[in-house]
Ligand binder design. Structure first.
Ligand SMILES: [Zn+2]
Length: 338
């Protein structure tokens, strides 16, 4: 199935200037977070005049239900991935359209018709796929350029992962038009490694950065919209989930753990890209050893069991070899000689 969630996506230096026109007199409710909202308010002070709900930080059913949309024609979500997931959930349940103003270039939540939902205790509950109407994603360069660089850097890694994970599941090309389109877009995401995405470049916000931001926010999300099950997550995300069980990894961003997972995944398939991926991750400052993630050799058996468990559920093209997986983790414990 081919599925897209967004009617219009606009990334420009003045994208927010057209918000009023888009609202067109409708009754608005705003869901906002903390830091990014301030950046939007500086550009558009009148945004503060609308009824507003402050996001509490986690996408749960209760959080979505808390947004009072009784007299609302359109919901405006201003924030990061979890906030956008919550807004989508609320908009679908109450059957109203959504406008998204991302404040971080770190994820493709604004471009996917699904929400990752957590329980009240913070543990993962489920992900819902639904028909959501996102009228426009407004990416204002003035907001993104002032956002924290680390989120962008980690978002790029997660977007580059689309290429490797899609290829792991479906190969280089497919006779299914949707899957093939997903693979082509994913390949384009993989090319982000060729660009200068340093913090200095990010702050200068030139062509390469704009290209990368569009891939993190939009094209990365479209990969799954076209490829569906053929281009979803694979071993790298299973490794991410396994790592997340260890408290020491909580200090790392999602993309950092996915990047390490990519090294594991590509080593498993004996890919010629392992070395270049490794150098790229080091260059962007992402962890490439278990030690850097705060894990020791003693943690490897639990990691292996967790990855095997998760990838069994994923129904990969071939089951993983747990002995080989263990050797790969051992090799990635510390990197001394290369
Ligand atoms: Zn991810």
């Amino acid at each position: 199935m081919i599925r897209q969630a967004v009617l219009e996506y606009n990334h420009a230096d003045d994208a927010l200037d057209r918000l009023d026109e888009l609202i067109g007199g409708r009754r608005v409710h705003v869901l906002c977070g903390q830091s990014g909202y301030e950046a939007v308010k500086r550009i558009l002070p009148a945004i503060a005049d609308y009824p507003t709900t402050r996001f509490r930080g986690e996408c749960t059913d209760a959080e979505a239900a808390r947004i009072d949309l009784a007299h609302t024609d359109v919901l405006i979500a201003i924030g990061g991935g979890k906030l956008v997931d919550t807004a989508k959930l609320a908009a679908v349940e109450r059957d109203i359209p959504l406008i998204v103003i991302p404040t971080l270039a770190s994820n493709c939540a604004a471009f996917t018709p699904l929400s990752v939902v957590y329980r009240e205790d913070g543990s993962y509950d489920r992900y819902d796929v639904f028909r959501v109407i996102i009228e426009r994603v407004i990416v204002d360069a003035r907001v993104i350029v002032s956002s924290p660089y680390d989120f962008f850097r980690a978002g790029v890694i997660d977007t580059v992962a689309k290429h490797y994970e899609a290829r792991y599941l479906s190969g280089e090309r497919s006779r299914d038009a949707g899957v093939n389109s997903g693979l082509v877009l994913a390949e384009q995401c993989g090319r982000l490694v060729e660009l200068d995405l340093s913090e200095a470049a990010f702050r200068a916000y030139g062509e390469d950065i704009r290209f990368a931001v569009d891939h993190v926010l939009a094209i990365g999300g479209a990969v799954g919209g076209f490829g569906d099950a053929g281009t979803r997550v694979a071993v790298a995300h299973a490794v991410h989930n396994a790592l997340s069980q260890f408290v020491t990894t909580h200090a790392f961003l999602h993309g950092d753990k996915v990047g390490f997972g990519l090294l594991v995944q590509e080593s498993l398939r004996r890919s010629p890209d392992v070395d270049s991926l490794h150098s790229w991750l080091e260059q962007v400052g992402a962890p490439t050893t278990l030690e850097a993630l705060g894990l020791s050799a003693d943690d490897i058996p639990r990691l292996v069991a967790s990855v095997i468990g998760e990838t069994t559920l994923q129904q990969l093209p071939e089951p993983l070899n747990s002995d080989y997986l263990k050797i790969i983790f051992e090799n990635l414990q510390k990197t001394i000689y290369r």
